[in-house]
Design a protein around this ligand. Structure first.
Ligand code: GLP
Length: 256
C-alpha cells in the first residue's frame, strides 16, 4: 500500500489526477472504474481541467461504475447512472455508451449483474479503479461482512449507509434498501486501485483500512492484499493513523 497524506481536498484531487494520468499513459482504450460520492469530485474536476489542457483524452475510454441503487429508474436524477453521467462522463468528455453502470432496474437483476461482470472481462479488466470509502469501511456498496471473493450482485444496505446517503433524498423519497455493487473480488481484480478520502468523518474507517486487521468487518481492509493500492487522503482523514509520520517520510524520500 502506498499512502500519501495531502494538506487538503484540492491537493488530494491533484495528486490523484497525476496518478490516474500516469497509469493510463499510452493506452488507446483506457478502462476506468468509476466511483460516485463526494470524495472523488476534486479528482474528477482536476481530470476535467487536465483533459481541457490536452494532458489526457478520455474520448475512447471505457468506464465501469461501482454500484447502483435497486429500483431507481436510470433516468431518476439520484440514480448513480445519472450521477456518473453528470459528474464524470460529461465533464471528462467520455462517451456515455461506453460507460456501464450496474443495472438496478432490470427485470432479472442477477442476470444483469453477470452481464456486467462479463463486460469487464471483455474489456480486459479495469486499468484504474477509483474508490471512496464509506464511514463504515465499505467500498462500492460492499457493506461490512461482505465476502472478500464476491462478484457484482444484489446487496442490502445497512441502516448506517442509508442514513449517510439520506442527505441526497428529499422528504417524500426514501433511500433505497438494496443496491447492485461490484463485489470485493471484482474490485480486487482491477490492475490499479486508487482510493481518495477526506475529512474527519473518514478517519476511523481509513485507519481500519490501512492499519487494522484484514477483516470483513472493514471491507476496505482487503486493499492490504492488493499489489498496487494507492491511498490519497487529507490530514483530517489521516488523523487516526499511527504510521502517519512514516507515510510522510516515505513520500518526502522517494528513491531515485
Ligand atoms: C457511497 C458509495 C461509495 C462511496 C461512499 C462514500 O454510498 N456507494 O462508492 O465511496 O458511499 O461516499 P462519500 O464520498 O460521499 O463520502
Amino acid at each position: 500500500m502506498e499512502v500519501v497524506i495531502c494538506s487538503d481536498g484540492d491537493e488530494v484531487g491533484a495528486v490523484a489526477a497525476d496518478r490516474v494520468i500516469a497509469q493510463l499513459a499510452g493506452k488507446h482504450t483506457p478502462v476506468l472504474g468509476l466511483a460516485t460520492g463526494s470524495s472523488p469530485l476534486n479528482l474528477y474536476a482536476e481530470l476535467e481541467r487536465r483533459s481541457a489542457a490536452g494532458d489526457v483524452d478520455f474520448a475512447h475510454a471505457l468506464g465501469f461504475a461501482l454500484d447502483e441503487y435497486v429500483g431507481l429508474d436510470p433516468q431518476h436524477p439520484l440514480s448513480y447512472r445519472q450521477t456518473i453521467d453528470r459528474t464524470v462522463v460529461k465533464p471528462l468528455g467520455m462517451n456515455p455508451e461506453r460507460v456501464r453502470v450496474p443495472n438496478g432496474f432490470a427485470a432479472d437483476l442477477e442476470a444483469a449483474a453477470d452481464e456486467f461482470e462479463e463486460a469487464i472481462r471483455e474489456a480486459g479488466g479495469i486499468d484504474v479503479q477509483i474508490l471512496g470509502i464509506g464511514s463504515n469501511g465499505h467500498i462500492g456498496f460492499n457493506e461490512p461482512t461482505s465476502s472478500f471473493t464476491s462478484r457484482t450482485r444484489i446487496k442490502t444496505l445497512t441502516q448506517q449507509t442509508r442514513k449517510d446517503n439520506a442527505r441526497f433524498f428529499s422528504d417524500d423519497e426514501t433511500v433505497p434498501t438494496h443496491c447492485v455493487s461490484q463485489g470485493l473480488g471484482t474490485i480486487m481484480d482491477a490492475h490499479n486501485l486508487l482510493m481518495v478520502a477526506s475529512g474527519e468523518k473518514k478517519a476511523d474507517a481509513v485507519a481500519a483500512m490501512i492499519e487494522g486487521p484484514v477483516s470483513a468487518m472493514c471491507p476496505a481492509s482487503i486493499l492490504q492484499f492488493h499489489r498496487r493500492a494507492f491511498i490519497i487522503i487529507d490530514e483530517a482523514a489521516a488523523a487516526k493513523l499511527t504510521y502517519a509520520d512514516y507515510f510522510r517520510h516515505v513520500a518526502a524520500n522517494q528513491p531515485g
